[in-house]
Design a protein around this ligand. Structure first.
Ligand SMILES: C[S@@+](CC[C@H](N)C(=O)[O-])C[C@H]1O[C@@H](n2cnc3c(N)ncnc32)[C@H](O)[C@@H]1O
Length: 217
C-alpha cells in the first residue's frame, strides 16, 4: 500500500517515517463529512486517508459479496473510535471506520461498536443516531479484551435456517489486543481485518515488549 520510504531516519532505536507519500493507485472515493459537528473526533495523520479508502473498499466488497449467501451479515468494530477524524496539518475531516461501514450500499444487518473511551462511544452514538437512525446498532464501552463476552452476546444466534457471517475490524493503536479475544470471536463464522501497529508500537517499544514488566514499588 505504501510507496518506498522516501525519508527514513533512525531515532533512539526505532525507525519512523519522516514524510508520507500518498499512494496514487488508491483512488476509491470516500464519503466525506460536509462539516464538523462539534462532537469529539480523533486526530489522525495524512496516511489515514489511504487506510479509510482501503477499508471502505473492503467493506463494500464484503457486504455485497455475501449479500445473498447469508441470512445475517454483522459488522464488528472492536476499536471503533468516535466516527469522525481530523487530519493533523490539513484540517481535513474524514469519517471513521464505523460510519464508513454504515455507508455501504448493501448495509450489514447488524453493527457492533466497541471502544474503551466512553466519550468516543457517546459521540459515535449521536452521529449514528443522526445519520442512520433506523439501523440496528449495539454499543459496548470498555476494553474489548475484557468486554469480549458482551460483544459476542450481540452477535445474532445462528441456525440452519438463519446463517450469520460477521466481519470484524480490529484497529488498535498498539499491539495490546489479546489473541484470546480474537480466538473467542472466531468461535463464530467471522472474517477478520486486523491492522497491526508495527511501526508505531513494535518499533518503538520492542525492548519493553520483550522485557518483563518492572514492578512499580
Ligand atoms: C486507531 S483508533 C481506531 C479508530 C477507528 N477504527 C477508525 O478507523 O476510525 C483506536 C481506538 O481504540 C480505542 N481503544 C484503545 N484501547 C482499547 C481497548 N483495549 N479496547 C477498545 N478500544 C480501545 C481508542 O479509544 C481509539 O478510539
Amino acid at each position: 500500500m505504501f510507496q518506498p520510504l522516501s525519508n527514513v531516519a533512525e531515532n533512539r532505536g526505532f525507525i519512523y517515517r519522516a514524510s508520507y507519500v500518498p499512494y496514487e493507485g488508491m483512488t476509491e472515493d470516500l464519503p466525506i463529512p460536509a462539516h464538523g459537528d462539534e462532537l469529539p473526533c480523533s486526530y489522525v495523520r495524512a496516511w489515514a486517508e489511504d487506510k479509510y479508502r482501503l477499508l471502505y473498499l473492503y467493506d463494500k466488497l464484503f457486504s455485497r459479496g455475501i449479500k445473498n449467501k447469508w441470512t445475517h451479515r454483522v459488522y464488528i468494530d472492536l476499536f471503533s473510535g468516535p466516527g469522525q477524524a481530523l487530519v493533523q496539518g490539513s484540517g481535513k475531516l474524514l469519517w471513521g471506520s464505523p460510519i464508513l461501514a454504515l455507508s455501504v450500499q448493501d448495509k450489514f444487518d447488524k453493527y457492533i461498536f466497541c471502544d474503551s473511551s466512553a466519550s468516543y462511544v457517546d459521540a459515535l452514538k449521536k452521529r449514528v443516531g443522526l445519520l442512520f437512525p433506523t439501523i440496528d446498532v449495539s454499543y459496548v464501552v470498555g476494553d474489548c479484551n475484557e468486554k469480549v463476552e458482551e460483544v459476542c452476546r450481540h452477535i445474532p444466534k445462528a441456525s440452519k435456517d438463519n446463517t450469520v457471517l460477521s466481519f470484524c475490524f480490529v484497529d488498535p493503536f498498539n499491539l495490546r489486543v489479546k489473541f484470546s479475544t480474537i480466538r473467542r470471536i472466531a468461535d463464530y463464522f467471522v472474517d477478520f481485518l486486523v491492522l497491526l501497529a508495527f511501526h508505531m508500537d513494535a518499533n518503538r517499544n520492542v525492548r519493553s515488549l520483550h522485557e518483563p514488566k518492572k514492578s512499580k514499588n
